[in-house]
Design a protein around this ligand. Structure first.
Ligand code: NAD
Length: 463
């Protein structure tokens, strides 16, 4: 781990499983409560000096990006082994994280002058909050960590970061890399189980919680924040709908829909998790999706040509299996897939489900895996109503040959990102966040940066 600029061992170890084999392939430290206290105290001590010099922070973030990029070749196989994604996608994630550092380094921290006259000068400034406790999930462990630490650090905060126990390795190595660049205590990386996350959110030191994970854990984080009025950003789960308007030819959009759902083995908060297609489109769409699902190469991410890796962990593998089995019992048809692949690891066939509708768990709940339900509708307004009839509200997409009409429909979706003729359009300069239970606040761009600050009004009397 990285605590106060130093490498720190755990008193106990935690095994990390390679989802392609189902076997433990590495051990990482399990942080004790005393070590967490050290990390929090180190971050608090480092805060005053770090928050003073914006130019230094910009320089340091640039260096962090360059250093991460330089290490991408060594890191990518580790990411594939702990997370499961194909090696090329692991490299993309690391390069993306490096790019996020570089982009964030150039953001402005605005000072607005509200009034400047004979009576007063009133400025709106943005102050850092102090120590940020950052907690990440297992689907994009590295890039989601950088989404938190880059803006935290630029704004002048210091950080204690904890990865998921399923994917801690890259984040621990990131700590090693950053340790040589940032002053001691500015970034601390600890690893451990879910309990460590709970210790962090209830710890008296952090003033801000930045959390990405499931809705159920997000609610626990919010409850922990409440007793101390900690600020928080919550990036939570989604159950994204994709609606095909009746005019669109399923053939022209099937590939994009497929990868919108199956990228990263379906383990993306804002992946397409249910498709609403006009009843006339369902047949041809399912045919196209089925062909694609059967043609992609599913396998160990370390093997050349693999397009979809295993599900990351056993509980998630069981969950996807359970939701598909439940759909079968409720009368759904499996157009393709619907079962485990091989005997080792957590591989699951890319699965397309038809003969299903709202009210079945695979449609109503977040599957977060390689199983996609295609649901018929007859009336667009009804499709929108059903798409919105959920506590989730992360993102959604509308597909049509008429972008104007699609935009009009997309704007009716109750979600943070409404996409037209695309899905998963995420970029460093575009805010990303959820409506309803999918989150509080946003990440990325100037809006994400401001979430790591609070307003201070400086009001100077002139008379
Ligand atoms: P999770 O909620 O189980 O775990 C996320 C993190 O929280 C882990 O580091 C875990 O150790 C920690 N944690 C667990 N219990 C905690 C507690 N009581 N207090 C504090 N921390 C605790 O989620 P997961 O299974 O790792 O990730 C999958 C979920 O994340 C999905 O729902 C997915 O949609 C969501 N997600 C959301 C976004 C987004 O940006 N909105 C991005 C990626 C993933």
């Amino acid at each position: 781990m990285t605590i106060d600029g130093k490498a720190v061992r755990g008193e106990k170890q935690l095994g990390v499983i390679n989802p392609a084999t189902g076997a433990v392939f590495a051990q990482v430290p399990e942080c004790t409560r005393a070590q967490l206290d050290e990390a929090m105290n180190a971050a608090a001590r480092a805060f005053p000096a770090w928050s003073r010099d914006l130019a230094q922070r910009r320089r340091v973030l640039q260096e962090c990006g360059a250093a991460l990029q330089a290490r991408s070749e060594g890191l990518a196989p580790l990411l594939t082994q702990e997370q499961g994604k194909p090696l090329q996608k692991a490299t993309q994630e690391i390069m993306g994280a490096a790019m996020w550092f570089q982009y964030t380094a150039g953001l402005e921290i605005p000072v607005e002058v509200l009034q400047d006259d004979a009576l007063a000068r009133i400025e709106i400034r943005r102050r850092p909050l102090g120590v940020v406790a950052a907690i990440t999930p297992w689907n994009y462990p590295l890039i989601l960590a950088v989404w938190k630490i880059a803006p935290s650090l630029l704004a002048g905060n210091t950080v204690v970061l904890k990865p998921s126990p399923f994917t801690p390795i890259n984040t621990l190595v990131l700590g090693e890399i950053l340790r040589d660049i940032v002053p001691p205590g500015v970034i601390n990386v600890v690893s451990g189980g879910d309990e460590l996350g709970a210790w962090m959110t209830s710890h008296p030191v952090p003033r801000k919680l930045s959390f990405t994970g499931s809705v159920s854990t997000g609610k626990k984080v919010a409850a922990a924040a409440a007793s101390d009025l900690k600020r928080m950003t919550l990036e939570l789960g989604g159950n994204d709908p994709a609606i095909l308007l009746p005019d669109v030819d399923p053939k022209t959009v099937a590939t994009k829909i497929f990868w919108g759902a199956f990228e990263n083995c379906g383990q993306i908060c804002s992946a397409i998790k249910r498709v609403y297609a006009h009843e006339k489109q369902v047949g041809p769409l399912v045919e196209e999706l089925t062909t694609l699902a059967r043609s992609v190469k599913v396998g160990d991410g370390m093997e050349a040509g693999t397009q979809i890796g295993p599900i990351n962990n056993e509980p998630q593998f069981r969950r996807v299996t359970e939701l598909v089995e439940d759909a079968k019992k409720r009368g759904a048809k499996i157009a393709t897939g619907g079962k485990r692949l091989g005997e080792r690891g957590y591989f699951y066939e890319p699965t397309i489900v038809t003969g299903i509708s709202d009210g079945v768990r695979l449609v109503d709940e977040e599957q977060f895996g390689p199983a996609l339900p295609v649901i018929p509708y007859t009336d667009v307004d009804d499709a929108v109503r059903r798409a919105n009839a959920t506590h989730y509200g992360l993102s959604g997409s509308v597909w049509s040959s008429d972008p104007e009409r699609a935009t009009e429909v997309a704007s009716q979706l109750e979600c943070g990102s409404a996409w037209v003729n695309q899905h998963l359009a995420v970029a460093p300069n575009v805010p990303f966040g959820g409506a309803k239970w999918s989150g509080i606040g946003v990440e990325n761009g100037p809006w994400g940066l401001l979430g790591f600050t609070e307003i201070q009004v400086v009001n100077v009397a002139r008379s």
